[in-house]
Design a protein around this ligand. Structure first.
Ligand code: F6R
Length: 619
C-alpha cells in the first residue's frame, strides 16, 4: 500500500527520501509528496502521479533541509488529488505527517476538531491525525518537562491513544527541527540506524542503500529519532530496549540490472530462488526435509490431525498446491481458506490442527489478522514468508523463510514458485513421518533437487512463448484449465494475466469447464490447458476436444514425454519431465511468461499495474 520514508541526519533529506520512494513505488503509486524542515519552517511538495513527477517538482525548489518525511500514496480515503496526497499539515502549521493505514474513527475526531477551530483541506483520514496531534501539542505544558522533544512525542502518543484503525506514521514539526516521531499499529514501519543519521521506512528496500542495521517496530511502539540517536517506547509509556537486526540482502538485489521490468527479472531469478528455498533443508540421508524454524518435534507432528492453510491472492494458490501435495503424499487432511474470510467466519477447527499462513511480504493485513485469530483460539501458527523480520514472520510461532530475495514486481512470480517448492518439501517432511518409504523419499528428494535446472530449461523457451504471446495479445478473454495440482496453477495463470494485462481470464478445473464456462468458448476466447501426465491425461484430451469442437483456440502446456494428437492444440509449450511434486513449479513458469509478454505487447506497465499495490496493508 502506501510507502513511507523519513530521514534525519546530516545530508539533504529530499534527495535521500526521493531515492527511497523510488524503491517503494511498487507499494502504491497514485501520488507522492515530501516535507522538509528548513529556514525555520516547513517546505511541502506534493502532486498526483509517480515519484518521477514529484522529483521533477522538487527539483524546482531549493530543498536543503536535513530532516524530512515523504510518502507514495495508494488511495483509500479520498480520490487521487494533489490535496489528498501526503504529507498532511495541521491547520496551525505545527505538525506534518505521512500515514499508511486507515483511521476508522476519523469522523468523530474530525467533528471534535472542527468544533475546536481546526480546518481541513483534504478528504483524507490522515489530515485528522495531523490536526489531532497539533491539538494535543498545543495543550502540552511549555517548556518541555522531560527534555527536548518530549512535548512533541507526548502529543503524538496522546493522539494515538484515541485512534481506532491501523497506522504507520512519521511526523515532524517545525518547532522541533532535527526530530522525527514515528509509530505503528497494523502497518509496517522500520527504523534504519545509520552513521549519524536515521531513517524511517515502511519497507527495508527504502533503507538498504544507506544502512543494513534496522529495528522492526512492533504494534503499539513509538520511536523518537534525532541524528544522534533514538528512543523506543510504547503507547503506555514503557521503555523498550531496541533489537537491531541486520538486513541480509544488498541494494543490488533490488535493482533492475539488464531487465526492462522487475517482473521479467524475477521470473528469470527463479532457478536461484528455488535453490535458495532448498539450501540446507534436506536430511543427511537424502530421504526427507528439515525445517528447524518450525520449532516442532516429530512427536509434535504425530499428534496433528489436520493442517489449515490461509493466505491471499497468489499465496492462496500456493495453499491449494500445499493441500494437494500434503493430502496426496502424507495423507493428512488439509483445509484451505482465504485469510480475509477466515478472520470473520469463526471457523470451527479440529483440536489438533496446525495453522499455516503463507505471505511473501509478511505484512498482508488479512493474513496477519487470520494468524492472530488462530493464535487467539490457542492454535500454533506457522508462517511461510519471504521477508525476514516482517510482522507475520515475527508473530508466528515458527516458520519457514523462503530466501527468494526481494520481490519488487507487483505480480508475484519467484515468491510463488518458491512457496510451491517449500510446500512440496513440507509434504515430504510430514509424509516421511507417516507412511512414505525411505526409497520413495530418496526419489522425491532427487526430484526436487532437479527443479532449478529444469526451471532453467523452461526459461529457455521464453522466445517461443513471446511469439505465442504476440499472436494472442489481441484477445480479451482467456480460460486457464488444469486438474489436481495444476488447477491452482490455472487459477494463478488467470490471476497473472488479468492483473498485469487487464484481460478477463478465469481459471477452472478442466472438467468443470463443461458445467458453465464452456459457454464462453468461441474463436475469440483462447484456452490455456495445463496438461497432466498419468490417468487424467486422456480426460484432459477430451476437454480439449470439446473446446476444439466449438472453434476454441488452445495453448497447451505439456510435459515433454506426452504426445498430443496432431492439430489438437494451436500452440504447444513443453515442460521437462519431472517428479510429480515438482510439476506445479515447472508448469507455472510458462503461464508467468505468457502473461508477461502479453502485457508488454499490450503496452501495460507490468511492474505497476493499475489499482494494485504490492503489499496490501489495509483491509
Ligand atoms: C498477485 C499477488 C497478490 C499477493 C497477495 C498476498 O500477483 O502478488 O495476490 O499474492 O496480495 O500477498 P503476500 O504474499 O505478500 O501476503
Amino acid at each position: 500500500m502506501c510507502g513511507i520514508v523519513g530521514y534525519v541526519g546530516r545530508q539533504k533529506a529530499a534527495a535521500i527520501m526521493l531515492e527511497g520512494l523510488k524503491r517503494l513505488e511498487y507499494r502504491g503509486y497514485d501520488s507522492a509528496g515530501l516535507a522538509v524542515l528548513q529556514n525555520n519552517g516547513l517546505t511541502l511538495v506534493k502532486c498526483i502521479g509517480r515519484v518521477a513527477a514529484l522529483a521533477k517538482l522538487a527539483s524546482g525548489k531549493k530543498l536543503t533541509g536535513t530532516c524530512g518525511i515523504s510518502h507514495t500514496r495508494w488511495a483509500t480515503h479520498g480520490g487521487v488529488t494533489d490535496a489528498n496526497a501526503h504529507p498532511h499539515v495541521s491547520s496551525d502549521g505545527q505538525i506534518a505527517l505521512v500515514h499508511n493505514g486507515v483511521i476508522e474513527n476519523y469522523v468523530h475526531m474530525k467533528r471534535f476538531l472542527l468544533e475546536k477551530g481546526y480546518t481541513f483541506k483534504s478528504e483524507t483520514d490522515t489530515e485528522v491525525l495531523a490536526n489531532l496531534i497539533a491539538y494535543h501539542y498545543a495543550k502540552q505544558p511549555e517548556p518541555a518537562v522531560n527534555g527536548e522533544g518530549s512535548r512533541f512525542l507526548e502529543a503524538v502518543r496522546k493522539t494515538l491513544l484515541h485512534v481506532e484503525g491501523t497506522y504507520g506514521i512519521a511526523v515532524l514539526s517545525p518547532a522541533h527541527p532535527g526530530e522525527l516521531v514515528a509509530a505503528r499499529k497494523g502497518s509496517p514501519l522500520i527504523l534504519g540506524v545509520g552513521d549519524h543519521e536515521h531513517l524511517i521506512a515502511s519497507d527495508v528496500s527504502a533503507l538498504v542503500s544507506r544502512t543494513q542495521n534496522v529495528v522492526y517496530l512492533k504494534d503499539g511502539e513509538l520511536v523518537h529519532v534525532t541524528p544522534a540517536g533514538f528512543t523506543l517506547s510504547t503507547l503506555d509509556l514503557a521503555d523498550v530496549s531496541p533489537v537491531i537486526d541486520q538486513v541480509t540482502w544488498s541494494v543490488d538485489e533490488a535493482e533492475l540490472g539488464e531487465h526492462p521490468h522487475f517482473m521479467r527479472k524475477e521470473i528469470f531469478e527463479q532457478p536461484l530462488a528455488l535453490e535458495n528455498a532448498m539450501r540446507g533443508r534436506f536430511s543427511a540421508d537424502g530421504s526427507s526435509a528439515n525445517f528447524g524454524g518450525l520449532n516442532l518435534t516429530p512427536a509434535d507432528f504425530r499428534t496433528i490431525d489436520r493442517f489449515v492453510f490461509t493466505s491471499c491472492g497468489t499465496g492462496w494458490h500456493a495453499c491449494l498446491v500445499a493441500e494437494h501435495l500434503i493430502e496426496r503424499f502424507a495423507r493428512i487432511p488439509v483445509e484451505v481458506d482465504y485469510a480475509s474470510e477466515f478472520r470473520y467466519r469463526n471457523a470451527p477447527l479440529d483440536r489438533d490442527a496446525l495453522f499455516f499462513v503463507i505471505s511473501q511480504s509478511g505484512e498482508t493485513i488479512d493474513t496477519l489478522a487470520a494468524l492472530r485469530e488462530a493464535k487467539r483460539k490457542g492454535y500454533k501458527c506457522m508462517a511461510i514468508c519471504n521477508v525476514v523480520g516482517s510482522t507475520i514472520a515475527r508473530e508466528a510461532d515458527g516458520g519457514i523463510y523462503q530466501h527468494a530475495g526481494p520481490e519488487i514486481g507487483v505480480a508475484s512470480t519467484k515468491a510463488f514458485t518458491s512457496q510451491l517448492l517449500i510446500a512440496a518439501m513440507f509434504a515430504l517432511y510430514v509424509a516421511r513421518m507417516r507412511d512414505m518409504s525411505f526409497a520413495d523419499g530418496v526419489e522425491y528428494v532427487a526430484g526436487l533437487k532437479a527443479v532449478p535446472d529444469l526451471a532453467r530449461r523452461v526459461l529457455e523457451q521464453a522466445p517461443h512463448i513471446q511469439q505465442i504471446a504476440l499472436r494472442y495479445a489481441k484477445y480479451n478473454d482467456f480460460l486457464f484449465l488444469g486438474r489436481l495440482s495444476l488447477f491452482p496453477i490455472a487459477l494463478e495463470g488467470a490471476l497473472k494475466l488479468k492483473e498485469i494485462s487487464y484481460i478477463h481470464a478465469e481459471g477452472y478445473p478442466a472438467a468443470e469447464m463443461k458445467h458453465g464456462p464452456i459457454a464462453l468458448i468461441s474463436d475469440q476466447c483462447p484456452s490455456v490447458f495445463l496438461v497432466p501426465k498419468g490417468e487424467l491425461f486422456n480426460k484432459v484430451l477430451s476437454s480439449m476436444q470439446e473446446i476444439k469442437a466449438r472453434k476454441g483456440l488452445i495453448i497447451a502446456i505439456v510435459p515433454e514425454c506426452l504426445d498430443l494428437p496432431e492439430g489438437l492444440a494451436d500452440e504447444v509449450i513443453t515442460i521437462p519431465d519431472c517428479h510429480e511434486a515438482a510439476l506445479p513449479v515447472l508448469a507455472t513458469i510458462p503461464v508467468q511468461l505468457l502473461s508477461y509478454y502479453i502485457a508488454v505487447a499490450r503496452g501495460c506497465d507490468v511492474d505497476k499495474p493499475r489499482n494494485l499495490a504490492k503489499s496490501v496493508t489495509v483491509e
